[in-house]
Structure formats: structure tokens, C-alpha cells
Design a protein around this ligand. Structure first.
Ligand code: FAQ
Length: 311
């Protein structure tokens, strides 16, 4: 039941060719990419908020400079990704309107609060760690502009993960109080980080088609497993304990067995009912409204330039 065009398209995907903006693509492929890339862009922009909250309270000038650079990188990632989405015939304004009206998602993780400095370490270590695990394979995604954006973004994400782990090393080797803060941050961010990979494969509605189109390269559970396997030794090196009594090495599968996150919490968070959803979305809507005078000024300037050129 696939049309000749769809068959030819799938053959290109199967050969590993990249699809470029002006080329023919099935409407479902285009829509899936707009959803995923748009959601990814929104995550970068909303993702600035939990860390931005700590720029004014970083413990040293050096830590402040590092955190500032990281949060600025996230703004840049959001912009590359909006540009990649725009090549699919959707405008940035449309995407933002959908975010602000609650019709487009952003990553569940950014609906959790950052309560203290150790949380900034945990975000870099775990959240950026999970982000890289997901994004490294996406460098090979079938859509050219998305794939190229991922290559640049991954280089910066590895710096982000290192800066977070570096904070954790300092805290874990500090006073007993500092070590306890690091442990508490790990306790609170562990399961939300596991949720970043999306629902378990049996509940993932988009995975099968997205993988056939090579928009996604791995299933959600595959990446979650790789993340756990990578992170457990890092926690051990810090002398911290992963908050999971069922965590154990499984020789047969060559990976850790671990507890699933509470999926009812995940579905509540993505439905808008997490601890910080209203605050995060409210901050983005306010930034959009506060910027109205500036957008108007830009448009007025552009109209004047056009009139001058036409004269
Ligand atoms: N949060 O069928 P699936 C970052 C939704 S990294 C919210 O499995 P899919 C860097 C999903 O949209 C974070 N919603 O979906 C940074 C769908 O709902 P829909 C951003 C989620 O797309 C670090 C439904 O559940 N990274 O920002 C989540 O095949 C530190 C069913 O799920 C990316 O976006 C979730 N965690 O797989 C910045 C990576 N998971 O749309 C600042 C690119 C699932 O039908 C600080 N995206 N949903 O209404 C992907 O790889 C995929 O979209 C997945 C989800 C794997 C996230």
C-alpha cells in the first residue's frame, strides 16, 4: 500500500542517504521531524531555566563563568534546532506559539526544581549525560539539517557533562554536609533522568515508525540501559549510591538490572502536572510578552529598509 514515491523514499533511507530540505518526503516523516526537532529545541530553551536560576549564586567566579557559558550554549542549541525545524516549512513563531499554548512538549526533566548548588552538578552529570547518550546516535539521523545540528551540539554537551561531574567530584570530596548534598541531588535527579529517554518501549507510540525512517536510531529502553551502565561506575567513583535497591550487575546480559521509574509520575509531568510545569511555561510566556516591543521595533526597521530599497 506504499506509493511508488514512498517506496523510493524508504529505499533511500535504507541505503543510508540523508534527506535534504527541498526533497520529497512523506507528510508523516515531515510531521514527526517537526514534532521531535521542535520539542528538542523547546527543551534547550526551557532547559536554561533550572540552571539560569543559579548563575547569580554560583559559589566562585570560575564556577559562574563556566555555568554562564553552558547556559549560553543551550540558547545556541535551541537556535540551531529551530533553524533545522524551519527547513521543514514551519516557522519559529508557529513553534513558539504551540509551546506557549501547551500544544507542544519539552523534556519532562526541566519540570523539576534545582534546590541548591549540588543540583547544578547533578544536572550537568546526569541530565547532560542522558542528553548525550540520546544525541550521539542522532548524529546519524536521516534528516540532513538535524544530523548536522547534532554534530555541533554533541561537542558542546560533552563539556557540559564534564562540568557537572566536576562539581559532583568537588562536593563528594568535600565536608560531610557537602557529600550529603551531592547524595541528595543524585537521589532526586536519578529517576527523572531515566525518564528523559521516554516511556518504555511497549508504551512508545512513535518508536517503530521513527526507527524505520531512521529519525530515531535506538529504542528508548536501549538508550536508558546504556545510560545506567555508563553512570553506575561514575557514581561509584564519587562514593555515592544510586537510589535503587534492585540495581545489580547482570553478567548474562552484560549490563545492570535496575528499577523502572514511576511511569505514572512521568505521564503526569508530560501532561503538565509536574512540580515546576506552570512556573517554567509561565517564564517562557512572560519572556515572549516582554519581548514584544523589541519584535515590533525590528519589524518597523525592516519595513523602513524595504521602503528605502523600493524607492
Ligand atoms: N519528556 O513515542 P515516544 C536537552 C512524549 S536534552 C517529554 O517514545 P518519541 C539538553 C513524546 O513526545 C532533552 N515528553 O516518543 C539540555 C510522545 O508525545 P507526543 C531534549 C516525552 O518522540 C541538557 C510521547 O511521550 N532531547 O535538552 C518524553 O519517539 C541540560 C510518547 O513517547 C530531545 O528532545 C520526555 N522525556 O521518543 C538542555 C532528544 N519522552 O509528542 C539544558 C530528541 C517521550 O506524541 C540542560 N528526542 N515524550 O505528544 C527524542 O529522541 C525523542 O523524541 C524521545 C521520545 C526519545 C525524547
Amino acid at each position: 500500500e506504499m506509493s511508488p514515491e514512498e517506496i523510493a523514499f524508504q529505499e533511500r533511507i535504507d541505503r543510508g542517504e540523508k534527506i535534504e530540505p527541498k526533497e520529497w518526503m512523506p507528510e508523516g516523516y515531515r510531521k514527526t521531524l517537526v514534532r521531535q526537532i521542535g520539542q528538542h529545541a523547546h527543551s534547550e530553551i526551557v532547559g536554561q531555566l533550572p540552571e539560569g536560576n543559579w548563575i547569580t549564586r554560583a559559589p566562585t567566579l570560575e564556577r559562574k563563568a563556566i555555568l554562564l557559558a553552558k547556559v549560553q550554549d543551550e540558547a545556541g542549541h535551541g537556535l540551531y534546532l529551530y533553524s533545522a525545524a524551519e527547513t521543514l516549512g514551519v516557522s519559529r513563531d508557529e513553534l513558539l506559539e504551540k509551546l506557549h499554548s501547551g500544544n507542544m512538549k519539552y523534556s519532562s526533566i526541566f519540570n523539576y526544581p534545582t534546590l541548591n548548588w549540588a543540583d547544578i552538578g547533578a544536572v550537568g552529570w546526569l541530565v547532560d549525560g542522558a542528553a548525550i547518550m540520546n544525541q550521539v546516535p542522532l548524529q546519524r539521523t536521516s534528516y540532513g539539517p538535524y544530523s548536522r545540528a547534532m554534530i555541533r551540539i554533541c561537542k558542546e554537551e560533552s563539556f557540559h557533562q564534564r562540568q557537572g561531574y566536576d562539581i559532583m567530584m568537588k562536593m563528594a570530596a568535600g565536608t560531610p554536609e557537602q557529600k550529603a548534598m551531592a547524595q541528595d541531588a543524585l537521589n532526586r535527579f536519578w529517576y527523572p533522568s531515566l525518564m528523559m529517554f521516554g516511556p518504555s518501549d511497549k508504551d512508545s507510540v512513535h518508536s517503530a515508525q521513527s526507527m524505520a525512517w531512521k529519525i530515531k536510531i535506538n529504542t528508548n529502553d536501549e538508550l536508558r540501559q546504556k545510560f545506567v551502565d555508563q553512570t553506575v561506575p561514575q557514581a561509584e567513583y564519587l562514593g555515592l549510591t544510586i537510589p535503587d535497591e534492585n540495581l545489580r550487575w547482570n553478567e548474562e546480559k552484560g549490563g545492570y538490572d535496575f528499577s523502572e521509574p514511576d511511569w505514572s509520575e512521568f505521564f503526569a509531568v508530560i501532561a503538565g502536572n509536574g512540580p515546576c510545569n506552570k512556573e517554567r511555561l509561565g517564564a517562557r510566556v512572560k519572556a515572549w510578552e516582554d519581548g514584544e516591543w523589541f519584535r515590533e521595533g525590528l519589524m518597523a526597521h525592516a519595513r523602513k529598509e524595504d521602503a528605502r530599497r523600493a524607492a
